[in-house]
Ligand binder design. Structure first.
Ligand code: B1M
Length: 214
């Protein structure tokens, strides 16, 4: 029987079955999903990244670790998205064009739902025109949220902002950005309305931007 503390090793070694069982055991024990993320799950993915950087892991290991992480996240998601917070606003979220990383973006999306937002998830590899189309559909006051995990793809963020400008929508929406290579300085430089380096910070930021108490 897997235990909550098995989550770290299960994700690191890409054992999706044990990761799912450990997450279920944690939910049965009524543990806080945010604590599981902070204590076991995100550190495991960071270690996967470290091993990849020093050639101990290769793309297949990244993929199976990501699959195990996603299995565990699926178990946590209902709890993350069920805070019962009052409806706060509308968000369209996606990982920018050229980028296939979606674990952080999915986490931000689930926590925004938990924070009371109606979230439209555009998925991964989202071209600027798709962000624009979704922003137009969601109307004035919507938040456009972009995630990027690669230094080569974060450069799509200003292109999305430009496309919003060209479509006459920039002043009608708020733009927030995040993902490992993104910084507050970069967010300021490209004219985003906000930046957070983590999912719960993204919720507090979004609530502030729509004028709801964090
Ligand atoms: Co990739 N990868 N990867 N990868 N991968 C990184 C990002 C990397 C840092 C690994 C490394 O070298 N240490 C490196 C990027 C280097 C760089 O650009 N500086 C890298 C690379 C190089 C690549 C490839 C190029 C490898 C190759 O093919 N040679 C390739 C690119 C593919 C592409 O996108 N075009 C690639 C592929 C992959 C997989 C597909 C195999 C897989 C992703 C699977 C998936 O997502 N479905 C993968 C993985 C798993 C990783 C690492 C190991 C883990 C990412 C992750 O899920 N982290 C990653 C190393 C690392 O991050 N330590 C790495 C956990 C997640 C919860 O964190 O996504 O950072 P994160 O999200 C956080 C915050 O950033 C923030 O909140 C989240 C929760 O706290 N956040 C936001 C994220 N979005 C936000 C938006 C916001 C606010 C906050 O507002 C809107």
């Amino acid at each position: 029987m897997a235990k909550p503390e098995d989550l770290y090793e299960a994700i690191l070694t890409g054992n999706a079955k044990v990761a799912e069982e450990a997450a279920k055991a944690a939910m049965d024990a009524n543990l806080d999903p945010n604590e599981l993320l902070a204590k076991y799950m995100i550190p495991a993915m960071d270690e996967v990244g470290r091993r990849f950087e020093c050639n101990e892991y290769f793309v297949p290991e990244l993929l199976i670790a990501a699959r195990a992480m996603k299995k565990a996240l699926e178990v946590l998601t209902p709890r993350l998205a069920a805070s019962g917070a009052k409806k706060a606003g509308r968000v369209v979220i996606g990982t920018v064009q050229g980028d296939l990383h979606d674990i952080g973006k999915n986490l931000v999306a689930s926590m925004l739902e938990g924070g009371g937002f109606e979230v439209t998830d555009l998925g991964i590899d989202v071209p600027p025109e798709r962000f624009v189309e979704a922003a137009r559909e969601k109307g004035d006051g919507a938040i456009v949220a972009m995630s990027a995990l690669l230094t080569t793809t974060m450069t799509m963020m200003p292109k999305v902002i430009q496309a919003l400008e060209q479509a006459g929508l920039r002043s009608k929406v708020k733009v927030i950005v995040g993902g490992a290579p993104v910084t507050q300085q970069y967010a300021d430089q490209i004219g985003a309305d906000g930046y957070s380096d983590n999912a719960s910070g993204a919720v507090a930021l979004a609530r502030r931007l729509v004028g709801v108490q964090a």
